[in-house]
Design a protein around this ligand. Structure first.
Ligand code: 9MR
Length: 612
């Protein structure tokens, strides 16, 4: 005899059913912006079971793939299978099926896949411009009035000087309206190097911004910030640390932030950063504006001399009464290495040479990785130092390639999930591209693309971290204009900081977040305005993303990276020549994920052997 009626079994049956759904529903994590037609393609699968089918827009299965064995990825605590679908080479939009069930229908294959995100991430710098109104013709619905137009700025006592200086222009650092020399350093270098490596590609690429004179868009944008940086140099050559209000502004548009601005601090790290950036700018702007280029070079030399004479003027924290970002630094030796390296490349003067390189990827407080790029890409000039720099780059790049073979198929490990983790992912991709430039080995290129895949959706949060792009992207970034402009969508093209478990923004104040941490670094994130520790945006985070997207596009369009040589040995050619109209000797080219030399219409590999 039945002890219970049927009704009593219903909750149990529902619970069993939902358990079945939870444990067996597979999820596919993809690059939501897309994959390149002729290249390697991979997505991640969690809770999959058996083979995967990819179907075209008509529902026809076009590829059946066998996922890899599952492996554990520590940062998210998941067992993950990787699905290689490189064999699918027809542009289009596809769906992914497991066991006949459609998991998602937004899988895209295209050519020029990252051109739009490259342009958008570069255009974001225009949206960050201080002291200028954004016209509708360029900014669309994100048009706004000019902010911070008052040129005369008070020197804070922490500068060791008094009075005022004239300072306008520059990019707002992040979600706040501060302008900081140190963070401008790595950002501006990264964007300058993108141009310097691919000048022919960027001479014609445009993204609808007001461009000064005949400058390509990329150089016009960078100049807006260089002009501001130049205002931050004191007459003795030293460079002020930052230009901000005393406290972070409220949630207002730039034009409504009327708090008095101050020039605060003067630092060795900021001064060396400035010197390195100006040394690169001198090379890059020379073909367009020789007098601006020599102004930059003189500023660089003067800053470097001040840095040598003031080796420990470190900005260790805010002076009393100031609470804006610190970009504190107690060891400016890596900034000196960067500055000396770039000054040596620009001048050929051996007194600028500084020994050393590193195997660590750069961030705003560690510029030796960037000096390592400079040395490794100038083998003739740096000799044994260049060889060591190259070894450092390859050692780390090999480790990255290895890490991306399992788990989520991403490079990052648990330690990489710090404040601005997405910039670590992007900078790792940039590092891999340098390994690729130095060897022509396509495994480095393919792994750099995996960094893009991670940032654009192949991650355990299943989201594209670039505002406005991908199926699911941040809607509530910590970015004052996006919060206060009355436009529903955030300003496009911004890479948010990304997941990390620090929880610095968690608290009980009205402006703080409630706890969003999951116990796992790669999923500790909240798409909420409160979250300055995971959902802010910043110029130094967008820059490596823009480099990665822009360089991948340039390489895939057939442009090989160029590295400026000594001005004494090779004159910088007056530029703006498209590659199709260039007639010259052997040319380094890139196609089918391979670097080769083209000479008289014939192709040779990097060892000089003829290839088809
Ligand atoms: O990017 C910076 C990060 O590495 C630091 O941990 C954090 C706290 O000091 O500050 C970040 O930089 C912020 C800066 O101080 C002010 N503008 C916003 C920046 C991004 O959050």
């Amino acid at each position: 005899m039945l002890k219970f009626g049927l009704k009593q079994y219903i909750p149990l049956a529902v619970a069993m059913l939902s358990f079945a759904t939870v444990s067996h529903a597979a999820t596919a994590y993809i690059n939501q912006v897309g994959y390149r037609t002729g290249e390697a393609k991979e997505f991640a699968l969690v809770d999959g079971n058996g083979s995967v089918e990819i179907a075209d827009a008509n529902g026809q299965t076009v590829l059946t793939a066998t996922p890899s064995a599952a492996s554990y990825w520590g940062p998210s605590g998941q067992n993950v299978q990787l699905v290689d679908f490189s064999d699918l080479k027809v542009p289009g939009t596809y769906s992914i099926k497991v066991g006949g069930q459609v998991l998602r229908s937004d899988l895209k294959i295209s050519d020029k896949t990252f051109e739009e995100v490259a342009k958008a991430s570069l255009k974001w710098y225009y949206y960050q411009r201080a002291s200028m109104a954004l016209d509708e013709a360029y900014a669309g619905k994100w048009k706004r009035a000019a902010g911070h137009t008052n040129a005369s700025v008070q020197l804070h006592s922490s500068t060791g000087a008094s009075g005022t200086i004239n300072s306008t222009k520059g990019w707002y650092d992040a979600g706040d309206y501060g302008r900081y020399t140190v963070n401008s350093g790595i950002t501006t270098y990264t964007l300058l190097s993108l141009y310097e490596h691919f000048p022919d590609y960027f001479n014609t690429l445009k993204w609808n911004i007001p461009a000064e004179g005949n400058l390509p868009d990329l150089l016009a944008e960078i100049k807006w910030n260089l002009d501001w940086m130049l205002t931050m140099q004191a007459s003795d050559g030293g460079v002020y640390h930052k230009l901000t209000s005393l406290d972070f502004p409220g949630d207002v548009m730039p034009a409504k932030d009327k708090a008095a601005l101050y020039v605060i601090g003067k630092s060795t790290a900021g001064t060396f950063d400035f010197a390195g950036v100006m040394a690169v700018a001198a090379r890059v702007y020379k073909p367009f504006d020789a007098s601006y280029a020599s102004q930059c070079l003189e500023a660089a030399k003067k800053a470097y001399a001040w840095g040598l004479a003031n080796p420990d003027r470190n900005f260790l924290g805010n002076p009393e009464g100031v609470s804006t970002g610190t970009y504190a630094n107690d060891d400016p030796t890596d900034e000196k290495l960067f500055a000396g390296t770039e000054l040596y490349i620009s001048t050929g003067d051996a007194s600028y040479k500084v020994a050393g390189s590193t195997e660590y990827v750069s961030w705003w407080g560690g510029m030796d990785g960037i000096a390592t790029y400079g040395k490794a890409t100038h083998a003739t000039e740096f000799g044994g130092d260049a060889a060591e720099a190259k070894q450092n780059i390859l050692k780390t790049a090999d480790m990255f390639v290895e890490r991306a073979q399992t788990g989520f198929g991403v490079i990052m490990n648990e330690d990489d999930f710090a404040w601005g983790s997405n910039s670590s992912a992007a900078n790792q991709g940039v590092w891999l591209l340098h390994a690729y430039y130095l060897t022509g080995d396509s495994k480095y290129y393919a792994t750099a693309v995996k960094a893009m895949d991670y940032l654009l959706g192949k991650n355990p949060l299943d989201m594209s971290f670039l505002t406005g792009y991908g199926t699911k992207s941040p809607k509530m970034p910590h970015h004052r204009p996006s919060t206060s402009d009355g436009v529903a969508e955030p300003v496009p093209g911004m890479l948010v900081g990304g997941p990390q478990p620090g929880g610095e923004d968690i608290g009980t104040e009205s402006w703080e977040c409630s706890d969003y941490r999951t116990g796992k670094p790669a999923t500790s994130y909240t798409d909420n305005r409160c979250s300055y520790a995971t959902n802010e945006v910043a110029i130094n985070w967008n820059a490596p993303f823009a480099y990665l997207a822009g360089a991948i596009e340039a390489l895939s369009a057939g442009y090989a990276p160029k590295f400026a040589a000594f001005p004494s040995t090779v004159a910088i050619k007056p530029a703006v020549v498209h590659r199709t109209s260039v007639k010259q000797g052997p040319q380094l080219r890139f196609a089918d994920q391979m670097l080769y030399v083209e000479k008289n219409g014939k192709r040779f590999n990097l060892k000089g052997h003829r290839i088809k």
